[in-house]
Write a protein that binds this ligand. Structure first.
Ligand SMILES: Nc1ncnc2c1ncn2[C@@H]1O[C@H](COP(=O)(O)OP(=O)(O)OP(=O)(O)O)[C@@H](O)[C@H]1O
Ligand SMILES: [Mg+2]
Length: 335
């Protein structure tokens, strides 16, 4: 794996964007490192696209600063664009031209010349699974095919950072897992970093190393998916316990363990119980089972899914109820 100790490829400090009196991005501190897939997760209007536009030098921050690939996007926007692959949420192509011709155009814009161009185009077409469709006109492409072409387009210049804004928005579920696998492969094989903005939790959860939950222009929580689930889960731990032989008396044994507040049967398996408790309970279970003359066949802490957490933070109506307690905000705290 690529060392996480390396310099961040994206670093923002207090990055802010205001439109009049409205603050779209509010003092964002963000760090993404090489070899990392970072998911910017948030509902519509959270400020994801606005953040990306500032990172690329396409929109000027109202306050704060950003460094992208060691560059200042405000002062070196062209250089940033050369180094960073970007798939906008509304990628546009020349419909009358073939996919291959569109890529050729991008390659030339990026200063690629000669035989290297065709070779590069061939590579990225294969990477996104468009080799067979490359010579059809783009206006005949499905939305998913255009999305793939958009990723190919972002890859042409062999970027060290790839920024994808809602990369799977027009793609069917089978296509989505393919695209996500493609993204994972690119990062693992080439050690590039990837920033992926999405309002779809399942996607972010399945492919990202780290996730920032972005709401109302603010990063309200950040961390690895499992960490976030644990940290924001609140409530008591749910511990799955499997015990043999099957015997009702086990309920009292489990209920008597330090910190256990509730014991219930797990309907999926007659040997299984779910104990609500805390870390002490978890640690004490094996010995208690053993002392009571039973055999422990299963022990697992059940984390609240990130889905439930995300819903709770975002709120059912999409409004933000405020920062969750214990959430880490900003870089440094989540690694
Ligand atoms: N040019 C602009 N002028 C005024 N307000 C804007 C402008 N661009 C964006 N906004 C506002 O800033 C907020 C953030 O928008 P942004 O597009 O960054 O959200 P997003 O997280 O990308 O949402 P989505 O999931 O819908 O793509 C929104 O309330 C939007 O209306
Ligand atoms: Mg957006």
């Amino acid at each position: 794996m690529v060392a996480l100790a390396s310099e961040p490829i994206i670093r923002t400090e207090g990055l802010t964007k205001r439109y009049g009196t409205f603050t779209a991005v509010d003092q964002l501190d963000l760090e993404v490192r090489p070899g990392e897939i970072y998911g910017l997760l948030g509902p519509n209007g959270a400020g994801k696209t606005t953040t990306i536009l500032m990172l690329l030098g396409l929109s000027e921050p109202s306050a704060g600063s950003a460094r992208v690939a060691g560059l200042d996007p405000v002062r070196q926007p062209l250089e940033v664009k050369r180094r960073v692959g970007y798939l906008p949420d509304n990628a546009g192509f020349y419909g009358g031209l073939t996919g291959r011709a569109n890529l050729r155009y991008t390659a030339r814009l990026n200063g690629l010349r000669g035989a290297a161009v065709e070779e590069r185009i061939e590579t990225v077409l294969a990477q996104v699974g468009l080799a067979d469709a490359a010579d059809g006109r783009v206006e005949t492409y499905s939305r998913g095919m255009r999305q793939r072409l958009g990723i190919a387009d972002a890859l042409i210049k062999e970027p060290e950072l790839l920024i994808l804004d809602e990369p799977t928005i027009a793609i069917d579920p089978a296509g989505v897992s393919e695209i996500l696998a493609l993204i994972r492969r690119l990062v693992d094989e080439r050690g590039i970093a990837l920033l992926l903005a999405s309002h779809l939790l399942e996607q972010v959860q399945s492919v990202c190393d780290r996730v920032g939950i972005f709401i109302g222009g603010r990063l309200v929580a950040e961390g690895r998916v499992d960490e976030l689930a644990r940290r924001l889960g609140g409530g008591p731990l749910a511990i799955e316990v499997g015990v043999e032989p099957v015997d009702d008396s086990i309920e009292a044994v489990l209920g008597g363990i330090a910190g256990a507040t509730e014991v219930r049967r797990d309907r999926s398996d007659p040997r299984h119980w779910v104990v609500a408790g805390d870390e002490t309970t978890l640690v004490a279970i094996p010995r208690a089972i053993d002392a009571a003359g039973f055999r422990l066949v299963h022990l697992r802490r059940r984390d609240e899914s990130l889905d439930a957490i995300y819903r709770r933070i975002v709120g059912a109506d999409g409004e933000r109820p405020g920062s969750p307690e214990g959430a880490s905000v900003g870089p440094g705290s989540a690694r």
